[in-house]
Design a protein around this ligand. Structure first.
Ligand SMILES: NC(=O)c1ccc[n+]([C@@H]2O[C@H](COP(=O)([O-])OP(=O)(O)OC[C@H]3O[C@@H](n4cnc5c(N)ncnc54)[C@H](O)[C@@H]3O)[C@@H](O)[C@H]2O)c1
Length: 255
């Protein structure tokens, strides 16, 4: 198998200011890829600066990834500066209204429903739509959409809008995978279980303990667990894998 280090690509990672997106961006940059970190949080500038300080090529783009015009402008600017995007990782996501407790559907605010669905699904659509023409020109592309265990099974803490949005990501990815396969583009999902990031910190240690007790490996995940799967799915060697979902949950879903 050809080592990936020999081919340096242009990579776009959304939700890259922190958490899983940042860890994935750092790993792609360490392989020599030029990495654009996209996030609505201003912190994305600091995250890109940290990667630059390691001698890697990284750039920050502060935008809301549900904003169609901003997405088009940003991808055009990245292509202008670095060339066509080869690797796209859609990591931006939200769980809904902040709070430790699950919200019943009957208590769910329709505006929160729309925000979760738009952030988690439409952003992936907009980014794919903007990046695929460049991948088709190059006849090579790797798209990874970060879904969730909430799309694979019932989970105690996930709200129904979050589960619906992540299930939509799986369906969207399968449909797209079929559509672009003949252009050398693969589209896959990673479905993480509970991973220690700023997103999960808000729900607390008791949830971590309950998850650890139920998972086969006896712990919650760390970002590197998810990044390892994404590194495979963005590699040269993963060309024959498309339309798949990789579960990274410490065996929780065997319950
Ligand atoms: N941490 C987990 O346990 C877990 C489990 C399953 C799936 N996931 C999924 O993994 C992805 C990353 O999760 P995380 O734990 O790193 O979350 P996080 O909250 O730590 O990071 C998410 C990032 O996305 C950015 N973001 C959100 N909405 C955005 C928007 N509209 N425009 C631009 N940026 C936006 C946020 O600013 C933030 O930097 C999400 O899609 C999440 O649903 C996480």
């Amino acid at each position: 198998m050809t080592p990936d280090k020999s081919i340096e690509r242009v990579a776009v990672v959304t939700g890259a200011a922190q958490g899983l997106g940042y860890d994935i961006a750092a790993a792609l940059a360490s392989l020599g890829h030029r990495v654009a970190l996209l996030d609505r949080a201003d912190d994305v500038a600091r995250s890109a600066a940290t990667l630059q300080a390691r001698g890697t090529t990284a750039a920050a783009h502060c935008l809301d990834v549900t904003d169609e015009a901003a997405v088009q402008r940003t991808i055009a600017a990245i292509e202008e500066a670095w060339g066509d995007v080869g690797i796209l990782v859609n990591g931006a996501g939200i769980t809904g209204r902040k709070g430790a407790h699950k919200t019943a559907v009957v208590d769910m605010d329709p505006s929160d429903w729309r925000r979760v669905i738009t952030t988690n699904v439409a952003s992936a659509f907009l980014l794919c739509r903007a990046c695929i023409p460049g991948m088709q020109r190059a006849r090579w592309g790797r798209i990874v959409n970060i879904a969730s265990q909430a799309a694979r099974a019932r989970t105690e803490r996930s709200n129904a809008h979050y589960a619906a949005s992540k299930s939509a990501v799986l369906g969207f990815s399968r449909g797209l995978a079929h559509e672009v396969a003949s252009s050398g583009i693969t589209v896959n999902c990673v479905a993480p279980g509970r991973i220690a990031t700023p997103m999960t910190v808000q729900t607390g240690a008791d949830v971590d303990a309950a998850y650890s007790a139920k998972s086969a490996v006896g712990r919650v995940g760390v970002p590197a667990d998810v990044t390892a799967a994404v590194m495979y799915l963005t590699s040269e060697g993963s060309a024959f894998m498309t339309g798949a979902t990789v579960d990274v949950n410490g065996g929780y879903s065997m319950n």
